[in-house]
Design a protein around this ligand. Sequence first.
Ligand code: ZN
Length: 420
Amino acid sequence: MGKPQASGHDILQWSELLARHSEPAWAERGQLTVTYLTPAHIHTARELTALMQASGFDEVSTDAVGNVVGMYRGSQPEARTLLTGSHYDTVRNGGKYDGRLGILVPVACVRNLSNAGRRLPFNIEVVGFAEEEGQRFRATFLGSGALTGAFDPQWLDQQDADGVTMREAMQQAGLPAEWSAIAALRREPSRYQGFVEVHIEQGPVLCEGKLPLGVVTSINAGVRCTCRIVGLAGHAGTTPMRMRQDALLAAAEISLMAEQRALDDADSVATVGQMQVPGGSINVIPGECLFTLDMRAPTNAQRDALVNDISARAHAIAARRQVSFEWTEVMRASAAPSDPSWQARWARAVTAIGQPVYALNSGAGHDAMMLHTIMPQAMLFVRGGNRGISHNPLETITADDATLATQAFAALLDDIEARP
Ligand SMILES: [Zn+2]
């Protein structure tokens, strides 16, 4: 009799173990917050390390940016390694599965391989990325970015809200805090087959469709802008409606236009997440309005068309309303389409475990976007409960779905073995 197979129940239990570590102000309220290199973060890394060691990994280490790296050696040392993993940091008051699921699913698979005394003809490298969410410092994706050469040495001088630099935080955490050690983390793509990432969907599509798993086709391209409209402040009682240059109403019309333009595409999204009237009053026509626009689409071309249309129409609305309009681009990220052969591997893996293959694009950014810059990648999404809510303590998955994700990952490993 062998040891029992690690399954979704184990993954839920491990998630609870990891979730015991939360920053004190949030832990008091029963909330989960784990930001980069805080004591809760360091304890989470230790918990992950212990879990990987107990699961039969041959080597487990923490690297110079705090990534927890587990290696399960294959039978052919010269074969290229499969890279997988996701992040273990969280947003403030976040969920237990965002990121962590993508570490725990491959850990469960390695545990099963190890218990069975089985070696695959390739190495499996599982990385718990230290940082993806950009909560403590402005830098984001710094865990996966360290592997791809995207870690900017100037980030070491960034300060958190308390004035602690990243370098100081690294020193306090016992990391080398030296650029040379971080630069050395860059992976040589020729040593790798590719990167796969399992992640909770963070959206309602799989839940609404009653589908446990989804194969990701692309991670959306995005552009973010800050916008400023200047009209003319005036008396709310004496200025006739036809003679107004209301900055807020121009922003409102632009918001509704952006909504409609995104709706005209099947899968574009546009969001006005912040809007303010600086110094506004109840009896004053808004003279100035500041707002943000976040626009995303599955391909760069579709994103560019969306952004160009919204910009042109916004300028036209501003001109008609006789207000000035400034648009400042603050972020532009390229789409990360899944590698077709790796997407096909996931589809075969999902089919092999008797589940329907449902393809969807990812509206959220993921570590796979970073790895995409140096190697082929494809992601598998797992259904979230509560209509897929995420970045929220209501985020949830079922043990059954976690089991299916583990079986799909095991089927993917078999697929790589069968079709190298
Ligand atoms: Zn995530």
